[in-house]
Design a protein around this ligand. Structure first.
Ligand code: SAM
Length: 317
């Protein structure tokens, strides 16, 4: 096992670090099973942060319909061929079933990039080099969104910000897809800011303030702010506002969510600003339900899901 994995394992599974950025939801609901002997990984199983199903013969049969219906969604939403190829490559490199999560992230990225291309009067994704160079994924899990971004825009640097216990999964699966890329677990704000040819940066959520000093051309957050306390959500918004770069922000979360401590977070009440340039803010058309492997073959999310794409203003609350 290499250093990043070992360090995260030591910090978050042996020492069991948990801090104020870990909401009750993650203290009670999230599941991470990681077991390691001296130099062998014995178990790596996650629960509650998206779906990763290894592609075995039995699962290929079990999820035949889910794979078919999820791929169909890409066509329905007219996804760009570069993004379809990229998500298929993610699935291949990570040896996984093509689930709704994969389709959802591809459609979110497609939607975001189409709007940015239009805004900058550009035609092709390759022309986004110089516009979208630094991407920050807040609360990924299995490194799916980060890997998808890198395969779509290979020149970009992807920074993951996540709870340490999930960050280890982001690292493991990103490294599986990009074993030769430059990966760095960030120990200081300075190393995160430095332009030193790093492909993937890993930031433990306790250090999320570091975002404020970095360049963020595109920030992504899908189904993760809904699991954070209001204070942490507000801080993320402030740090993104303080960041340099284009600061496009794609955010997809439950319209309303009750956290275990009784706090209710409401999407429309996130600290949006009148100064933000809003491309969209609505119920997300492709994220109200998802294909399921059992009759009636569709399941609704618990509660409505909203999405917003904004160019977040530099004004702080
Ligand atoms: C339900 S999962 C969503 C996973 C993935 N983004 C998706 O769309 O399926 C919620 C994610 O939020 C992350 N998370 C929870 N609290 C966080 C925090 N304070 N900072 C960053 N990520 C956090 C979890 O570790 C997990 O990766």
């Amino acid at each position: 096992m290499n250093n990043i994995f070992d360090t995260l394992y030591q910090n978050h599974f042996i020492n069991n670090n948990s801090s104020s950025v870990t909401s009750g939801h993650w203290k009670y609901n999230g599941g991470h099973e990681v077991e390691k002997s001296r130099d062998r990984l014995e178990a790596l199983k996650g629960f509650g942060f998206g779906q990763y199903s290894q592609r075995t013969f039995a699962r290929k049969i079990k999820y035949l319909y889910v794979e078919f219906a999820s791929r169909k969604l890409l066509k329905e939403y007219n996804c760009h061929p570069v993004i379809i190829d990229a998500v298929e490559e993610v699935v291949k490199r990570q040896n996984r079933i093509f689930t709704y999560d994969c389709a959802n992230m591809a459609i979110c990225l497609d939607y975001t990039l189409k709007n940015i291309l239009k805004k900058h009067d550009l035609q092709n994704i390759e022309q986004l080099r110089g516009v979208i160079d630094h991407c920050t994924v807040i609360g990924d899990g299995y490194g799916t969104f980060g890997t998808l971004i890198k395969l779509t825009m290979p020149w970009s640097r992807v920074s993951y910000v996540n709870l340490g216990r999930t960050l280890i999964f982001d690292y493991y699966y990103t490294n599986m897809a990009f074993p030769k890329a430059a990966h760095q677990l960030e120990f200081t704000q300075e190393s995160l800011i430095k332009n030193d040819g790093i492909d993937f940066s890993y930031v433990e959520a306790e250090n999320y303030k570091w975002i404020s000093k970095t360049k963020v051309d595109l920030a992504i957050n899908t189904f993760s702010m809904q699991e954070m306390n209001l204070e942490v959500i507000a801080n993320y918004f402030d740090y993104l506002r303080q960041a340099s770069g284009h600061r496009y922000f794609y955010c997809l979360n439950r319209a309303e969510k009750l956290l275990p401590e009784g706090e209710v977070t409401v999407f429309d009440e996130y600290p949006w600003s009148d100064d933000d340039e809003v491309f969209t803010h609505e119920l997300c058309p492709w994220a109200q339900d998802f294909p399921y492997h059992f009759p009636p073959f569709r399941k609704s999310f618990v509660g409505k899901v909203k999405h917003a794409l904004v160019k977040i203003s530099g004004h702080c609350s």
